[in-house]
Write a protein that binds this ligand. Structure first.
Ligand SMILES: [Fe+2]
Ligand SMILES: [Fe+2]
Length: 136
């Protein structure tokens, strides 16, 4: 089984979409891993990358002084907790596919279409305003 990134998941921002695609790739690498050592390593890579991606988005929110960023940050914390739960369950060598699919389901059906898309809209608005300022 493989997770596929689809066009409908696009936020319209190339950098963010590229990072989201990498999350899919790392999730698939984790699914294909076998044995405790490989599983641990693949999950650590995924967790590390997701943390970096969230830090990137949160830096953007800060730069734009976004006022309603709290819900987005809480959702990042929730998603990280899901991956940490998964990490805690790896100790017995088994791969918890259900937890990973719940993580990606939440990511695709709630997080990206609502919160990340909202962030990208704010980015666009900021660019427009900056453009207006430069032109005035
Ligand atoms: Fe996000
Ligand atoms: Fe994101």
């Amino acid at each position: 089984m493989e997770y596929q990134w689809e066009e409908q998941f696009s936020t319209g921002d190339d950098a963010i979409d590229r990072q989201h695609k990498t999350v899919f790739e790392l999730s698939n690498a984790f699914l294909q891993a076998s044995g405790k050592e490989q599983l641990d390593l693949a999950l650590a890579k995924l967790l590390d990358y997701v943390r970096q991606h969230f830090a990137y988005e949160e830096a953007l929110m800060e730069q734009m002084y976004m006022v309603d960023h709290q819900e987005h940050i809480l959702s990042h914390i929730h998603l990280i907790e899901r991956l940490e739960t998964l990490q805690g369950r790896l100790s017995n060598d088994s791969l918890d596919r259900l937890e990973l699919s719940m993580f990606l389901n939440h990511w695709n059906s709630i997080h990206v279409p609502r919160l990340d898309t909202n962030l990208v809209e704010c980015l666009r608005l900021c660019e427009t305003r900056r453009g207006d300022l430069l032109n005035s």
